[in-house]
Design a protein around this ligand. Structure first.
Ligand code: NAD
Length: 287
């Protein structure tokens, strides 16, 4: 199946789309990597930086001639882009995406296609950075990182295998997960930490204005808060798309912090050491 993929079209040439396009080009995964972005400057930069072979000016025409189409736009743009490209998708054209949330992408596809096409295999690379835009594209971004595919009940085995092979060609390890499980897991491991980093920096920033406390921040603070520099609009969209799961994780975390607060307030050394020791053991285990 892989050899039949000659043209890949990446829609949305930002950090993730640009990094994927660049990796596919460098690894010679296919003959031609085509890019499309509604921002003409990003598209031109993608061409100038060697991220893509060709820049598409007509989206539907580019979709018609592609063997594999990758949606790499912000999750809230998924509906509009799917709606626009639907008439141009050939029945055999593979379709995937890179969105950080999956329930909403599948729901958007369902509302646009009715029955989901067997060639549609949603995905999410668990790699990224706090940067945005094609200038930050990195061909090695996915190396030794996980990509989660969330095939639907109608995704064909051949399409799932082909999308997996595309990601494997970038050096990524591909896993499969049910859509709902993906959103639950990511709410805990990615969305909650981002909420904590944003909230911590925002809370301290109010104080920082008067006392400039960030001048005294050490490495630990930098490590913990790096992700607070992530794109605010992207995180706004993720919060709305995965609202219930994120709220559930915030509530769980708030209960955990309250337990720690009580242990500190009452000088309960056993409780404090219990929390810190269990956390250290878990962290040591996965690092
Ligand atoms: P980005 O802002 O760097 O790039 C998005 C690009 O999409 C921009 O160039 C923008 O002009 C373009 N775009 C927006 N609407 C469009 C439309 N309607 N038609 C065509 N192009 C359009 O964002 P990114 O970080 O690359 O994120 C892209 C996707 O990847 C998102 O769905 C995000 O959830 C997912 N993702 C991001 C990360 C990360 O760490 N940044 C990690 C994994 C997955």
């Amino acid at each position: 199946m892989r050899s039949s993929i000659k043209r890949v079209l990446v829609i949305g040439l930002g950090l993730i789309g640009g990094s994927l396009a660049k990796a596919l080009r460098q690894r010679r995964y296919c003959q031609t990597v085509v890019g499309y972005d509604r921002n003409a400057e990003e598209l031109e930069a993608g061409l100038a930086l060697g991220v893509i072979d060709e820049a598409a000016s007509d989206l539907c025409e580019a979709v018609r001639s592609a063997d594999l189409v990758v949606l790499a736009v912000p999750v809230k743009a998924t509906d509009a882009v799917l709606c626009e490209i639907r008439p141009a998708l050939r029945p055999e054209t593979l379709l995937t995406d890179v969105g950080s949330t999956k329930n909403n992408v599948v729901a958007a596809a369902r509302s646009i296609f009715g029955e989901l096409p067997p060639t549609f295999v949603p995905g999410h690379p668990i790699a990224g950075s706090e940067k945005s835009g094609v200038a930050a594209a990195d061909a090695r971004l996915f190396e030794r990182h996980k990509v989660i595919l969330t095939p639907t009940e109608t995704s064909s085995a051949a399409a799932t295998l082909a999308v997996a092979r595309m990601w494997q060609s970038t050096g990524a390890e591909v896993l499969q997960m049910e859509v709902g499980r993906h959103d639950e897991v990511l709410a805990a491991t990615s969305h909650l930490p981002h909420m904590l980093a944003f909230s911590l920096v925002d809370t301290l920033a109010a104080e920082a204005q008067s006392t400039d406390i960030f001048r005294y921040a050490a490495g630990g603070f930098r490590d913990f808060t790096r992700i607070a520099a992530s794109d605010p609009t992207m995180w706004h969209d993720i919060c709305l798309a995965n609202r219930d799961a994120i709220l559930g994780q915030i509530d769980r975390f708030a209960a955990g912090v309250e337990k720690l607060r009580q242990a500190i307030a009452s000088g309960d050394s056993q409780a404090m050491l219990g929390i810190f020791t269990r956390a250290k053991a878990s962290r040591d285990h996965f690092s």
